[in-house]
Design a protein around this ligand. Structure first.
Ligand code: 3HC
Length: 290
Protein backbone atom coordinates (compact mmCIF):
# COMPACT_ATOMS: atom_id res chain seq x y z
CA UNK A 1 0.00 0.00 0.00
CA UNK A 2 1.41 3.40 -0.99
CA UNK A 3 -1.56 5.65 -1.67
CA UNK A 4 -3.93 6.53 1.15
CA UNK A 5 -7.16 8.46 0.76
CA UNK A 6 -8.81 10.00 3.82
CA UNK A 7 -12.44 11.01 3.35
CA UNK A 8 -13.45 13.81 5.71
CA UNK A 9 -11.11 16.62 6.77
CA UNK A 10 -12.57 17.21 10.24
CA UNK A 11 -10.71 16.81 13.52
CA UNK A 12 -10.05 13.10 13.00
CA UNK A 13 -9.62 13.11 9.21
CA UNK A 14 -7.01 15.86 9.15
CA UNK A 15 -4.92 14.20 11.85
CA UNK A 16 -5.18 10.71 10.33
CA UNK A 17 -4.13 12.15 6.96
CA UNK A 18 -1.12 13.81 8.56
CA UNK A 19 -0.16 10.67 10.50
CA UNK A 20 -0.16 8.74 7.20
CA UNK A 21 1.81 11.44 5.37
CA UNK A 22 4.43 11.52 8.13
CA UNK A 23 4.72 7.73 7.82
CA UNK A 24 5.68 8.11 4.16
CA UNK A 25 2.38 7.38 2.41
CA UNK A 26 1.14 9.55 -0.46
CA UNK A 27 -2.07 10.93 0.97
CA UNK A 28 -5.08 12.71 -0.47
CA UNK A 29 -7.64 14.07 1.94
CA UNK A 30 -11.12 14.89 0.65
CA UNK A 31 -13.98 16.89 2.07
CA UNK A 32 -17.13 18.28 0.48
CA UNK A 33 -16.63 21.53 2.39
CA UNK A 34 -14.08 24.04 1.05
CA UNK A 35 -14.02 25.61 4.51
CA UNK A 36 -13.13 22.27 6.14
CA UNK A 37 -10.34 21.75 3.60
CA UNK A 38 -8.93 25.22 4.24
CA UNK A 39 -9.01 24.73 8.02
CA UNK A 40 -7.41 21.29 7.73
CA UNK A 41 -4.65 22.64 5.52
CA UNK A 42 -4.01 25.48 8.00
CA UNK A 43 -3.95 22.98 10.85
CA UNK A 44 -1.37 20.85 9.07
CA UNK A 45 0.87 23.84 8.27
CA UNK A 46 0.64 25.12 11.85
CA UNK A 47 1.23 21.69 13.37
CA UNK A 48 4.29 20.93 11.23
CA UNK A 49 5.79 24.37 11.89
CA UNK A 50 5.22 23.81 15.62
CA UNK A 51 6.95 20.40 15.52
CA UNK A 52 9.95 21.92 13.76
CA UNK A 53 10.09 24.83 16.25
CA UNK A 54 9.89 22.30 19.12
CA UNK A 55 12.74 20.25 17.64
CA UNK A 56 10.49 17.19 17.18
CA UNK A 57 10.84 17.18 13.37
CA UNK A 58 13.53 18.47 11.04
CA UNK A 59 12.52 20.99 8.41
CA UNK A 60 13.18 18.30 5.80
CA UNK A 61 10.83 15.80 7.49
CA UNK A 62 8.13 18.45 7.78
CA UNK A 63 8.54 19.43 4.13
CA UNK A 64 8.37 15.82 2.99
CA UNK A 65 5.20 15.19 5.02
CA UNK A 66 3.59 18.36 3.65
CA UNK A 67 4.52 17.48 0.08
CA UNK A 68 3.02 13.99 0.51
CA UNK A 69 -0.37 15.38 1.58
CA UNK A 70 -2.91 16.96 -0.75
CA UNK A 71 -6.35 18.31 0.10
CA UNK A 72 -9.03 18.10 -2.56
CA UNK A 73 -12.73 18.69 -2.97
CA UNK A 74 -12.87 16.11 -5.77
CA UNK A 75 -13.56 12.60 -4.41
CA UNK A 76 -12.67 10.98 -7.74
CA UNK A 77 -9.23 12.58 -7.67
CA UNK A 78 -8.73 11.60 -4.00
CA UNK A 79 -9.86 7.99 -4.36
CA UNK A 80 -8.94 7.13 -7.97
CA UNK A 81 -5.52 5.62 -7.20
CA UNK A 82 -6.03 4.71 -3.53
CA UNK A 83 -4.77 1.45 -2.06
CA UNK A 84 -6.35 2.22 1.32
CA UNK A 85 -9.27 4.54 2.00
CA UNK A 86 -9.98 5.67 5.56
CA UNK A 87 -13.46 7.17 5.84
CA UNK A 88 -13.84 9.76 8.62
CA UNK A 89 -17.06 11.58 7.78
CA UNK A 90 -19.91 12.52 10.12
CA UNK A 91 -21.23 9.71 12.33
CA UNK A 92 -24.45 9.17 10.36
CA UNK A 93 -25.09 5.77 8.85
CA UNK A 94 -26.88 7.06 5.73
CA UNK A 95 -24.01 9.44 4.90
CA UNK A 96 -21.40 6.74 5.42
CA UNK A 97 -23.31 4.28 3.23
CA UNK A 98 -23.50 6.88 0.46
CA UNK A 99 -19.75 7.55 0.75
CA UNK A 100 -18.95 3.82 0.63
CA UNK A 101 -21.12 3.33 -2.46
CA UNK A 102 -19.36 6.24 -4.21
CA UNK A 103 -15.93 5.02 -3.14
CA UNK A 104 -16.72 1.57 -4.50
CA UNK A 105 -17.30 2.99 -7.95
CA UNK A 106 -14.28 5.35 -7.84
CA UNK A 107 -11.50 3.25 -6.26
CA UNK A 108 -9.38 0.55 -7.86
CA UNK A 109 -11.18 -2.81 -7.42
CA UNK A 110 -8.72 -4.18 -4.86
CA UNK A 111 -8.52 -1.05 -2.68
CA UNK A 112 -9.38 -1.53 0.99
CA UNK A 113 -12.25 0.61 2.26
CA UNK A 114 -11.93 1.16 6.02
CA UNK A 115 -14.15 3.21 8.28
CA UNK A 116 -12.91 5.22 11.24
CA UNK A 117 -16.44 5.17 12.70
CA UNK A 118 -16.54 5.37 16.49
CA UNK A 119 -19.10 2.63 16.83
CA UNK A 120 -20.68 1.52 13.51
CA UNK A 121 -19.53 -1.96 12.53
CA UNK A 122 -18.46 -2.29 8.92
CA UNK A 123 -21.08 -4.93 8.06
CA UNK A 124 -23.56 -2.04 8.06
CA UNK A 125 -21.52 -0.44 5.25
CA UNK A 126 -20.04 -3.40 3.36
CA UNK A 127 -23.27 -4.18 1.48
CA UNK A 128 -23.23 -0.68 -0.02
CA UNK A 129 -20.19 -1.92 -2.01
CA UNK A 130 -19.39 -4.78 -4.39
CA UNK A 131 -16.23 -5.62 -2.41
CA UNK A 132 -17.33 -6.60 1.11
CA UNK A 133 -14.19 -8.71 1.58
CA UNK A 134 -12.13 -5.50 1.33
CA UNK A 135 -14.18 -3.59 3.94
CA UNK A 136 -13.38 -3.29 7.67
CA UNK A 137 -13.13 -0.92 10.62
CA UNK A 138 -9.89 1.00 11.33
CA UNK A 139 -10.62 3.12 14.37
CA UNK A 140 -8.19 5.84 15.51
CA UNK A 141 -8.35 7.83 18.75
CA UNK A 142 -8.42 11.55 19.34
CA UNK A 143 -5.94 13.21 19.05
CA UNK A 144 -4.87 10.78 16.34
CA UNK A 145 -1.42 12.36 16.10
CA UNK A 146 -0.76 11.34 19.69
CA UNK A 147 -2.88 8.32 20.60
CA UNK A 148 -1.19 5.05 19.71
CA UNK A 149 -4.14 2.70 19.58
CA UNK A 150 -5.96 1.63 16.42
CA UNK A 151 -8.85 -0.85 16.68
CA UNK A 152 -9.17 -3.10 13.63
CA UNK A 153 -12.47 -4.96 13.44
CA UNK A 154 -12.93 -8.01 11.22
CA UNK A 155 -16.51 -8.36 10.05
CA UNK A 156 -17.96 -11.68 8.88
CA UNK A 157 -17.53 -10.34 5.31
CA UNK A 158 -13.89 -9.19 5.79
CA UNK A 159 -11.06 -11.23 4.23
CA UNK A 160 -8.12 -12.10 6.49
CA UNK A 161 -5.81 -10.49 3.88
CA UNK A 162 -7.70 -7.19 4.38
CA UNK A 163 -7.25 -7.33 8.15
CA UNK A 164 -3.56 -8.21 7.75
CA UNK A 165 -3.01 -5.26 5.38
CA UNK A 166 -4.79 -2.80 7.67
CA UNK A 167 -2.92 -4.01 10.79
CA UNK A 168 0.32 -3.60 8.85
CA UNK A 169 -0.65 -0.10 7.66
CA UNK A 170 -1.45 0.91 11.26
CA UNK A 171 1.98 -0.32 12.39
CA UNK A 172 3.69 1.59 9.58
CA UNK A 173 1.86 4.70 10.82
CA UNK A 174 3.53 4.16 14.21
CA UNK A 175 0.34 2.90 15.83
CA UNK A 176 -0.39 -0.11 18.02
CA UNK A 177 -3.25 -2.06 16.41
CA UNK A 178 -5.55 -4.44 18.25
CA UNK A 179 -7.78 -6.90 16.43
CA UNK A 180 -11.43 -7.52 17.22
CA UNK A 181 -12.22 -10.93 15.83
CA UNK A 182 -15.97 -10.28 16.08
CA UNK A 183 -18.06 -7.24 15.39
CA UNK A 184 -19.46 -5.46 18.43
CA UNK A 185 -20.92 -1.96 18.36
CA UNK A 186 -18.58 0.58 19.99
CA UNK A 187 -15.65 -1.86 19.82
CA UNK A 188 -13.47 -2.09 22.94
CA UNK A 189 -12.56 1.42 24.01
CA UNK A 190 -15.80 3.27 23.31
CA UNK A 191 -17.82 0.62 25.16
CA UNK A 192 -15.66 1.14 28.25
CA UNK A 193 -15.63 4.92 27.75
CA UNK A 194 -19.43 5.04 27.36
CA UNK A 195 -19.89 3.27 30.69
CA UNK A 196 -17.64 5.86 32.37
CA UNK A 197 -19.36 8.79 30.61
CA UNK A 198 -22.86 7.62 31.45
CA UNK A 199 -21.95 7.33 35.12
CA UNK A 200 -20.23 10.74 35.10
CA UNK A 201 -23.28 12.37 33.46
CA UNK A 202 -25.59 10.65 35.98
CA UNK A 203 -23.55 11.95 38.92
CA UNK A 204 -23.51 15.46 37.43
CA UNK A 205 -27.18 15.57 36.42
CA UNK A 206 -28.36 14.31 39.82
CA UNK A 207 -26.36 17.07 41.54
CA UNK A 208 -23.94 14.80 43.34
CA UNK A 209 -20.91 16.82 42.22
CA UNK A 210 -19.87 19.50 39.71
CA UNK A 211 -18.42 18.35 36.40
CA UNK A 212 -15.13 19.97 37.41
CA UNK A 213 -14.98 17.88 40.60
CA UNK A 214 -15.95 14.70 38.73
CA UNK A 215 -13.07 15.38 36.30
CA UNK A 216 -10.72 16.04 39.21
CA UNK A 217 -11.80 12.77 40.86
CA UNK A 218 -11.15 10.72 37.72
CA UNK A 219 -7.76 12.36 37.06
CA UNK A 220 -6.47 12.08 40.62
CA UNK A 221 -8.36 8.98 41.75
CA UNK A 222 -8.04 6.84 38.64
CA UNK A 223 -4.97 8.39 37.02
CA UNK A 224 -6.69 9.15 33.69
CA UNK A 225 -4.94 11.93 31.73
CA UNK A 226 -8.20 13.90 31.62
CA UNK A 227 -11.65 13.55 33.19
CA UNK A 228 -14.78 12.46 31.27
CA UNK A 229 -16.13 15.99 30.73
CA UNK A 230 -12.85 17.41 29.44
CA UNK A 231 -12.61 14.34 27.21
CA UNK A 232 -16.14 14.95 25.89
CA UNK A 233 -14.95 18.43 24.91
CA UNK A 234 -11.96 16.89 23.13
CA UNK A 235 -13.84 14.22 21.18
CA UNK A 236 -16.76 16.57 20.44
CA UNK A 237 -20.21 16.79 22.02
CA UNK A 238 -21.71 16.74 18.50
CA UNK A 239 -20.15 13.29 18.00
CA UNK A 240 -21.63 11.97 21.26
CA UNK A 241 -25.01 13.39 20.30
CA UNK A 242 -25.02 11.81 16.82
CA UNK A 243 -23.79 8.44 18.11
CA UNK A 244 -26.52 8.31 20.77
CA UNK A 245 -29.24 9.47 18.34
CA UNK A 246 -28.27 6.87 15.74
CA UNK A 247 -28.45 4.18 18.40
CA UNK A 248 -31.76 5.41 19.82
CA UNK A 249 -33.35 5.64 16.36
CA UNK A 250 -32.31 2.08 15.66
CA UNK A 251 -33.23 0.46 18.97
CA UNK A 252 -36.12 2.71 20.09
CA UNK A 253 -34.81 2.21 23.63
CA UNK A 254 -35.11 5.50 25.60
CA UNK A 255 -32.02 4.46 27.60
CA UNK A 256 -30.00 5.06 24.41
CA UNK A 257 -31.15 8.68 24.01
CA UNK A 258 -28.44 11.31 24.50
CA UNK A 259 -28.51 12.63 28.07
CA UNK A 260 -30.24 16.01 28.70
CA UNK A 261 -26.86 17.70 29.23
CA UNK A 262 -25.55 16.45 25.88
CA UNK A 263 -28.74 17.55 24.08
CA UNK A 264 -28.58 21.00 25.68
CA UNK A 265 -24.95 21.53 24.74
CA UNK A 266 -25.51 20.17 21.22
CA UNK A 267 -28.44 22.53 20.58
CA UNK A 268 -26.48 25.51 21.91
CA UNK A 269 -23.58 24.72 19.58
CA UNK A 270 -21.27 24.20 22.57
CA UNK A 271 -19.52 21.20 21.06
CA UNK A 272 -16.23 21.40 22.92
CA UNK A 273 -12.80 22.45 21.71
CA UNK A 274 -13.83 22.69 18.07
CA UNK A 275 -16.33 25.49 18.84
CA UNK A 276 -14.26 27.13 21.59
CA UNK A 277 -16.70 26.10 24.34
CA UNK A 278 -18.17 22.90 25.73
CA UNK A 279 -18.08 22.11 29.41
CA UNK A 280 -14.96 24.29 29.50
CA UNK A 281 -13.86 27.34 27.51
CA UNK A 282 -11.03 27.18 25.01
CA UNK A 283 -9.63 30.60 24.38
CA UNK A 284 -6.04 30.22 23.24
CA UNK A 285 -4.93 29.05 19.83
CA UNK A 286 -3.11 26.10 21.44
CA UNK A 287 -6.21 25.01 23.32
CA UNK A 288 -8.30 25.06 20.14
CA UNK A 289 -5.80 22.83 18.41
CA UNK A 290 -7.16 19.46 17.32
N1 3HC B 1 -3.37 17.46 18.55
C1 3HC B 1 -2.10 17.10 18.30
N2 3HC B 1 -1.18 16.93 19.25
C2 3HC B 1 -1.56 17.15 20.52
C3 3HC B 1 -2.86 17.52 20.87
C4 3HC B 1 -3.80 17.67 19.82
N3 3HC B 1 -5.06 18.00 20.05
N4 3HC B 1 -2.93 17.65 22.21
C5 3HC B 1 -1.72 17.36 22.69
N5 3HC B 1 -0.89 17.06 21.67
C6 3HC B 1 0.52 16.64 21.79
C7 3HC B 1 1.42 17.78 22.21
O1 3HC B 1 1.92 18.45 21.08
C8 3HC B 1 2.49 17.05 22.99
O2 3HC B 1 3.42 16.48 22.09
P1 3HC B 1 4.99 16.35 22.47
O3 3HC B 1 5.07 15.87 23.87
O4 3HC B 1 5.54 15.39 21.47
O5 3HC B 1 5.51 17.73 22.31
C9 3HC B 1 1.78 15.89 23.64
O6 3HC B 1 0.58 15.70 22.87
C10 3HC B 1 1.41 16.18 25.09
O7 3HC B 1 0.63 17.37 25.08
P2 3HC B 1 0.46 18.34 26.32
O8 3HC B 1 1.70 18.31 27.16
O9 3HC B 1 -0.01 19.66 25.80
O10 3HC B 1 -0.79 17.79 27.10
P3 3HC B 1 -1.02 16.44 27.85
O11 3HC B 1 0.22 15.81 28.33
O12 3HC B 1 -2.13 16.75 28.78
O13 3HC B 1 -1.59 15.47 26.69
C11 3HC B 1 -3.46 14.50 25.65
C12 3HC B 1 -2.72 15.80 25.99
C13 3HC B 1 -2.55 13.62 24.79
C14 3HC B 1 -4.70 14.87 24.88
C15 3HC B 1 -3.77 13.76 27.00
O14 3HC B 1 -4.47 14.63 27.84
C16 3HC B 1 -4.59 12.52 26.81
O15 3HC B 1 -4.08 11.45 26.51
N6 3HC B 1 -5.92 12.64 27.01
C17 3HC B 1 -6.85 11.53 26.84
C18 3HC B 1 -7.19 11.42 25.39
C19 3HC B 1 -8.10 10.25 25.13
O16 3HC B 1 -8.54 9.53 26.01
N7 3HC B 1 -8.41 10.03 23.84
C20 3HC B 1 -9.30 9.00 23.43
C21 3HC B 1 -10.69 9.54 23.35
S1 3HC B 1 -11.87 8.36 22.81
C22 3HC B 1 -11.78 8.45 21.13
O17 3HC B 1 -11.05 9.19 20.55
C23 3HC B 1 -12.71 7.54 20.41
C24 3HC B 1 -13.48 8.26 19.35
O18 3HC B 1 -14.24 7.33 18.66
C25 3HC B 1 -14.38 9.32 19.95
Amino acid sequence: MENVCVVGAGVMGQQIALVAAMAGYRVKCHDVSEEALRKASEFVDGYLAGRVAKGKLTQGQADRARAALRFTGDLGEAAGDADLVIEAVVEKLAVKRQVFAELDSLCPPDAVLATNSSYIVSSRLADATRRPARVCNMHFFNPALVMKLVEVVKGPHTAQSTVDAVMEAARRMGKIPVLLRKEVEGFLVNRILTAIRNEALYLYETGVASYEDIDTAVVHGLGHPMGPFRLLDLTGIDLSYHVAMERYQRTGDPAHKPSPTIVEKFVRGEWGRKTGRGFYEYGGERERRG
